[in-house]
Design a protein around this ligand. Structure first.
Ligand SMILES: [Zn+2]
Ligand SMILES: [Zn+2]
Length: 389
């Protein structure tokens, strides 16, 4: 039997699992019920070695002889929003919803484990199935790596796929190089000295200094970054002052920085430090920056892109394999695995005639076409076999 036939065989159980996860969404690192259900399914598959990380788990599948190790990763956490999809299997939990399609990911990876376990005599080496909690909170990949998912045996390459409301169900989309942005957090404090609003020269106005800092920070992307390099600096909050006739002694601001190159990321951090410190100092205040590195950019490995592209053409036909023209500036903690092994993060189309399938991910009304489950299993399994044969 080939992959297409085996996919057809497991499809009903994968749809059922997807709907279970959808009805019972769990947020962040609280994916305990989902972990339990996934492990129950994995235990029924002969030949799998399972490590329960509650939340999350790792399943190991050995082929017929020694060889390389390939990891396949699925996240299965939900978002803290109230679902409005009106699906029969909509969330039963208030303020929890699978609006990013991670229920699909968890289910299709269990399907892949079923299919590949039945084909273990057809490849060498090892496949590791990584079921990750907490992607939306950017905690999950860290937790998986800390629990040794990239070692014993050492992972040589890693693949992840994400449901995508920008391409029709039945298709996949990929790109080489930068795919998603780094996501860093910034906290800025401007310290001045309180005083009478009518006598600003006797105080140090933190509100005035903060506004100069916000303006100057926008010069980093506009004037100090190559125009051909995507980058975003956003100040999201600004707080200071108490009443209209007192000069504010302190202002705090928070924001985020996104870019797709490691060099640009480093430059922005350095420039930001310089601007916050020196602009504040120029007006006799004090500027403090706390720049917290979040997740690095997702940069797809060229050889892995070729592997998955060829597998997709084989599995679903060339007409269903699309290219993604540019990276998106959202973050993905899949990049943390990529610091240990080359990898690819690609997209599985999930739209159909229903306009709700065209909404952007994280919208509470979004629906995903379940045909994406079948396509993901076919492409991921074919890529795994090709890599390990
Ligand atoms: Zn998301
Ligand atoms: Zn997502």
């Amino acid at each position: 039997m080939d992959i297409a036939q085996k996919t057809a065989e497991v499809l009903d159980s994968v749809v059922a699992l997807r709907r279970y996860l959808h009805e019972n969404p769990e947020i962040g690192m609280q994916t305990f019920k989902g972990t339990k259900r996934i492990i129950e399914e994995l235990r029924q598959i002969p030949g799998l070695e399972i490590k329960d990380l509650n939340p999350g788990c790792i399943a190991l599948l050995k082929g017929k002889g020694p060889g390389k190790t390939l990891a396949l990763r699925a996240d299965f956490d939900a978002l803290p929003i109230q679902e409005e999809s009106e699906l029969d299997f909509a969330s039963k939990i208030p303020n929890a919803c699978h609006a990013c399609g991670h229920d699909m990911h968890g289910a299709w990876l269990v399907g892949c484990a079923k299919i590949l376990a039945s084909m273990a005599d057809q490849f060498n080496g090892t496949i590791k199935f990584l079921f990750q909690p907490g992607e939306e909170t950017l905690e999950g990949a860290k937790h998986m790596i800390a629990n040794g998912c990239m070692e014993n045996p050492k992972v040589d390459a890693i693949i992840a796929a994400h449901a995508w409301p920008f391409a029709p169900a039945g298709s996949v989309a990929l790109r080489s190089g930068p795919m998603m942005a780094s996501s860093d957090m910034i906290d800025i404090t401007i310290q001045g000295r309180a005083g009478h609003a009518a006598q600003p020269h006797r105080s140090i106005d933190a509100v005035f200094i903060a506004s100069q800092v916000v303006t100057a920070l926008q010069g980093i992307v506009a004037r100090q970054t190559d125009a051909l390099e995507p980058a975003v600096v956003t100040i999201g909050t600004i707080n200071g002052g108490t009443v209209r006739n007192i000069i504010a002694p302190e202002v705090t601001m928070t924001g985020t920085v996104r870019c797709v190159s490691k060099e640009v990321r480093k430059n922005i951090q350095t420039q930001m430090e310089r601007i916050v410190t020196n602009v504040a100092q120029a007006f006799e205040g004090k500027g403090l920056l706390n720049y917290e590195l979040g997740t690095p950019p997702v940069i797809n490995d060229e050889a892995m892109v070729s592997l998955v592209r060829a597998a997709a053409i084989q599995a679903i036909g060339e007409e269903n394999v699309r290219s993604i023209p540019s990276p998106v500036m959202g973050g993905e903690d899949f990049s943390l695995y990529m610091e240990h092994a080359p990898g690819i993060f690609f997209r599985i189309g999930s739209t159909n005639d229903d306009p709700r399938t065209h909404l952007i991910a994280h919208n509470p009304k979004i629906r995903f076409d379940e045909k994406a489950l079948e396509v993901a299993m076919k492409v991921l399994c074919q890529a795994a076999l090709n890599y390990l044969q």
